[in-house]
Write a protein that binds this ligand. Structure first.
Ligand SMILES: CC(C)(COP(=O)(O)OP(=O)(O)OC[C@H]1O[C@@H](n2cnc3c(N)ncnc32)[C@H](O)[C@@H]1OP(=O)(O)O)[C@@H](O)C(=O)NCCC(=O)NCCS
Length: 362
């Protein structure tokens, strides 16, 4: 018992290095992508490994909509764990998202606790009082999820939401069905106009066309509030055109691409869908927000937009499409199931008080 106690008292075990993104330091930039690879293998077994070059670039670019801080734990010069602190620039200045990952071979030694304590210090310095986190549960390894949950309960965390992560492989698509569905919905909606943009085209339109920018921002301000938030206390704040323009200019420098499709009736935006993927690589494509203004719900607009997007992606060639949907979002889950998405695991989201995070020494 004594030995276990000593090994969980981690105050002197690992060196803690805190790095603000974008990364600048030479050695860390070389070392960290390899460490990330280990985390991917251990913690994200369903994901396609991003290339080393991509992981490298990801550290050096600013994501635009959020600020990143990475806390690294190093023991005898080996990287043994990391915490990522993300603050979305969405007006919720009191809260961050914290994710802590320790590769398998270094678990149960107290590094996770030490990283949580270091994250706590950083949050306190920045006057952040609430943190969110997420844990993945998949059918194959419930044991590790149970342990994560137990650890989270110790810090008095509350569960806010559950999201299903689902995937659709291009070679398993029922393309004839999707074409027919797309045709049928189009026939029902003769008045609809479709606008499709790449990341660059959308940025240019928002930067250059004040009228369209005002419309798009008002549309997003309205529909983002319709997404089920579970029990989260996060406030959805409105963006101004100026803020969106700044975000898009920041995002121009990162290494993600996207496609967005809007549905318009009489020149009004009534719905949209978005996908994003590592620049130039249509392998693992993620779906972003699909939404429809409330007065237009139940008229197949989302179905039309999603089938339209999938048909576009098929032309460009992709491997698979991933999506995450709140477990109580029946409409989008229904559409995705009809499209052929299959659930691969679930994300459990939590919210807790920074003050309840552990300190390094028990
Ligand atoms: C999800 C959303 C985009 C759907 O838009 P929509 O244009 O109404 O969708 P559609 O009309 O194309 O299809 C809705 C389908 O869901 C079904 N549906 C709706 N509510 C349902 C419910 N409570 N249970 C089961 N199915 C439901 C409809 O019957 C329809 O299926 P059908 O075509 O087989 O009859 C819209 O509700 C929305 O904007 N929600 C807020 C944003 C959001 O949460 N987006 C998803 C984030 S992951």
């Amino acid at each position: 018992m004594m030995l276990i106690r000593t090994s969980s008292n981690t105050s002197l075990m690992a060196n803690i290095i805190t790095v603000e993104h974008p990364f600048e330091e030479g050695d860390l930039l070389e070392e960290y992508p390899d460490f990330q690879e280990q985390i991917y293998v251990d913690n994200y077994p369903f994901e396609q490994m991003p290339t080393r070059q991509f992981r490298h670039q990801d550290l050096m670019t600013d994501q635009g909509h959020s600020t990143y801080l990475t806390i690294l734990a190093k023991d005898n010069d080996m990287m043994v764990g990391r915490a990522i602190i993300v603050q979305n620039n969405d007006g919720n200045a009191d809260r961050v998202f914290i994710r802590i990952d320790v590769p398998k071979q270094y678990r149960h030694r107290g590094y996770g606790r030490q990283l949580a304590a270091a994250a706590k210090q950083q949050c306190i310095q920045r006057q952040i009082t609430i943190y969110e986190t997420a844990a993945r549960s998949h059918t194959k390894n419930r044991q590790s999820f149970t342990r994560t949950r137990e650890m989270l309960e110790q810090v008095k965390i509350k569960q806010t939401n559950v999201e299903k992560k689902s995937r659709l492989y291009q070679d398993q698509l029922d393309i004839a069905m999707i074409r027919q569905w797309n045709r049928k919905t189009k026939e029902k909606l003769p008045e609809i106009e479709i606008l499709a943009y790449t990341k660059q085209q959308y940025r240019e339109r928002i930067l250059e066309d004040d009228q369209f920018a005002a419309k798009a921002v008002a549309y997003y301000n309205e529909v983002t509030k319709l997404v089920p938030q579970g029990d989260s206390s996060r406030k959805i704040k409105d963006d101004t055109v100026e803020q969106v323009r700044q975000q898009l200019q920041q995002q121009a420098k990162n290494n993600w691409d996207n496609y967005v499709i809007f549905a318009l009736i009489d020149d009004n935006i009534i719905g949209s869908t978005l996908v994003y993927f590592p620049q130039g690589k249509l392998i693992q494509v993620n779906t972003g927000l699909t939404a429809v203004r409330k007065q237009w719900w139940g008229r197949s607009i989302a179905s039309y937009l999603k089938t339209e997007m999938i048909l576009n992606l098929c032309e460009k060639g992709f491997d698979h499409l991933d999506t995450e949907n709140a477990e109580n979002n029946a409409a989008i889950l229904h559409i995705n199931q009809k499209l052929g998405f299959e659930e691969i695991y679930q994300w459990y989201f939590f919210e807790g008080m920074v003050a309840d995070l552990p300190d390094a020494i028990r």
